[in-house]
Design a binder for this molecule. Structure first.
Ligand code: C2G
Length: 129
């Protein structure tokens, strides 16, 4: 059983996120997603359109995802890798190099970011309902 782990805010879920989950799942047998809490987002300087529970509900509907855990801070990754016996850590390559320290515990793979779509672009173009 090969376990894969990734993290993110996944606000205004879009096909770039789905492509990431699809490729991440293909790296193993089980995909765990660390979902940024609203409090952590505030520390990341991100104001998500949807709150944690709404974002979690969306991820729970995605067949590629087997488990969702909260991401509370920048420093929990190594612990999460150990706790969940993670074999592969993966992120989009806008993070390339940033998490190489995890290669002491597991394989680290950066996947190409999907061009031309982002939560920011969506949020900036949603008419206020
Ligand atoms: N992503 C992607 N293609 C896009 C947009 C996002 O592949 N068009 C990927 C990002 O590279 C990231 C993941 O989707 O791996 C989640 O992106 P965000 O929700 O923006 O998360 P981020 O703010 O990068 O937070 O500890 C890590 C952080 O929680 C990551």
């Amino acid at each position: 059983m090969k376990t894969v782990l990734t993290y993110g805010t996944f606000d205004t879920l879009h096909y770039g996120h789905i492509r990431l989950f699809e490729r991440a799942k293909a790296l193993g047998d089980r995909l765990i997603v660390g979902l940024s809490t609203d409090a952590f987002n505030a520390r990341k300087g991100k104001q998500s359109h949807f709150d944690y529970e709404e974002r979690k509900k969306l991820l729970e509907a995605i067949r590629y995802i087997d488990l969702i855990i909260p991401e509370h801070n920048w420093n929990q990754k190594a612990e999460d890798v150990k706790t969940h016996k993670v074999d592969v850590f993966t992120m989009g390559d806008d993070w390339a190099g940033k998490f190489d320290f995890l290669s002491d515990y597991c394989e680290v793979i950066y996947l190409s970011r999907t061009p031309d779509v982002s939560s920011t672009m969506i949020k900036d173009n949603i008419p206020k309902v």
